[in-house]
Design a protein. Sequence first.
Length: 609
Amino acid sequence: MCGIIGYVGKKPATPILLEGLHRLEYRGYDSSGMVVLNHQGVNLIKSVGDISSLEERLEGRRLEGSCGIAHTRWATHGAPSEVNTHPHMDCKDEIYLVHNGIIENYRELKENLIKEGHRFRSETDTEVLAHLIERYYNGNLEEATRQALFRVRGTYGLAVISRREPNKIVAARHGSPLLIGVGENENLIASDAAAVMRYTHEVIYLEEGEIATLGLCGIEITNIERELIHREAQRLEWDLEEVQKGGFPHFMLKEIFEQPEVVENSIRGRLILEEGLAKLGGLERVYDHLGKIERIIIVSCGTAFYAGLVQEYMLEEYAGIPTEVELASEFRYRKPIIHRDETAVLAISQSGETADTISAIREAKRKGALTLGVVNVVGSTIARETDAGVYNHAGPEIGVASTKAFVSQLAISALLTLMLGRQREMSMVTGQRVVSSIKNLPEQIREILKQNESIKEIANRFSHYNDFLYLGRKYNYPIALEGALKLKEISYIHAEGYAAGEMKHGPLALIDENFPVVAIVPKDSVYLKVRSNLEEIKARGGKVIAVATEGDQEIASLADEVIYIPKTLEVLTPILAVVPLQLLAYHIGVARGRNVDKPRNLAKSVTVE
């Protein structure tokens, strides 16, 4: 869960690597380092902390050279320290590498290498790779890397350079994403497209088990068995401006405010009002197969898991398809019951590179399930390995705490439900009503965002509390879970999400004047049930922030603060209800002085188990 950037070309490498690190900082930020080669030697620099710490180290130093690799780290093996910071090197300070992933058999390899006389300097698993490559190196970096990887168990996204071959980068991928940025007389390697956008929009995604050699004028890709692979570059659809803050103080706030456009992009060209239909081009080739599906299993992690829970309600109520939602990290270790040709497994992932979700999809494919993906990153592993899927078109999401990707996932869930519902028993009239309501969502989100300042005031009044309870029911139970997660992620406040109907089964014991409740209580089929829960809370002196439907004046008698959302179909209320919860979490985090874009201990894309 870290960032890799490498450059080989004719320009000075240092500024390119430094900018790439800034673009990747959201992926890991415990420490960072870079190494630059030239014909006179090696320039290596490392620093603990964020990228600004590395920049301070660079002041007054000239790291000359036009070939180099750099890394921003999120610690797995070994605490954040300069000695554990990448790049790592061999005994002779000749081979340098950066690595994302986990080497599972590193202890065994390390013991053998020490017996052979290798000297280790760090606590990391990564350093084993440098010494393994050294063991096989005789002037051919590609072959030495290949031989070393034959002995490795685990996951890696790897970039390697040698001072004996100063115009070459060797990269390899197994379980951790890497892409090549293709330029004119220059090439880049990166773990994320954001790092290469300033220099090229032409990229090649490395597949599992592939090794690439990047030089000044060319790229060669082979598999680990040395078979040559030809693959055309793809054009990135994102622009550099999309990964800038655009005048907002934080990426998170910018991305919350982008949500009206995100929903518009997610639904554009996919709705047919006259017939009450959703048209999802990425699913057309499996459309007939979907009509025969009798069960759907949704696999995902974190925020995407909560999007899956909402979709479970949608699919069962509107499409009549039995649906289960599984944490991908648990699915892969269970013995899931999958009936070939009758079960579809749907993966939801913003990055398309979530390690557990990828493994779940591979397990489902082995068992004969139809595999589907909802991802935001074109060319990502899940996008490539599923049988069919839907892109979010949400644009790059930089804030570690997911906001706009989640809303986009909910919008896609509604489209998929509409498509499958109309394929089955949903009437055209119902379909038309759903289509019309979906089309209203962007403007309704804009109306909610106008309350930003008043939500900020509420957040400031509640920012001193150290415990929160979030309540929702039916479609909004998963939104209670998501609201609590957002607050935990970016403010470090203890928060729990609960199904409102479970209050009497334990959580009510926690309620007092120091344990505020955030209740999602729109005018829907369970409105009166949730209202009765609020009465129980108020009777025990609890404070309540309510998210309610516009025009509901009665709720004010049961709440200390009310945030209103526009009226919509019950099935779509989660898309609106989550927006004020995102703003509430954001402003509480800022009020408590947190780095809301880069919460401690977390990284954007979990690419290791």
